[in-house]
Design a protein around this ligand. Sequence first.
Ligand code: 13P
Length: 260
Amino acid sequence: MSKRPRPLVAANWKMNGTRSSARTWGETMSVRTLSNALECDIVVSPPMPLFDLVFQALAQNEAISLCGQDCASRGNGPHTGDTSAEMLVEAGCRYVLVGHSERRRDHGESNAVVKAKATRAVTHGLVPIICVGESQAQREAGRATQVVRSQIGRSLPDLTSGIDVVIAYEPVWAIGTGRLPELAEISEMHDSIRNYLIRRAQTWAGDIRIIYGGSVKAINAGKIMRLQNVNGCLVGGASLDEDDFWSICITCDNLQRSHI
Ligand code: 13P
């Protein structure tokens, strides 16, 4: 691999946050990123009702991109409770999470649905962050790599040209549990994903960012992001606190600077 892609650190608030905490987070992070130009992309994914407020608090700061937590697999129309990719674009989003394991679990989303969502996102100019990851039982059965490759194969939009997509590897059993895989396990999975992408997308596969999620904290972010094919991280619980999240961003920035 000739060069490392610019890393990405994403905050996924899930169904958390208040108007007050969102405003503080946005304003604090805005000031910090304006006075420190980081060598990584920063993304925040608040719940929809807090979207506009975070957008305002960031004061159109280009250093932090807004991200939807999901988008519909269809366009505008009679689909109560859903949010379309085009609405996310209008709300100021540049990214959208699709196929998070909590959505696969809570809403029965199949790989085919995730692919339809990712495709709509790409069509409307959003960068989909496509989430994949094995369950505890699948890992114990020695099927982790096979499961993740199959999810990627079926969830990715057709890679016809150099479209921008991000893959987030999030082992289900590591999410919100404080249990981190062995570094060798993370490394092995990210290498396997990269090799799969090289076979499928060839020339630009090296540019696709593969980020890790699941119990990432300020104290472990460095050792995870130091791994060869880990191009950033997707942070849940630790992203709610602007100080913890900032510390993860700084770690990523320092690592990237040591490579350029
Ligand atoms: P935690 O960082 O809370 O484990 O959540 C990870 C996650 O699901 C991010 O999308």
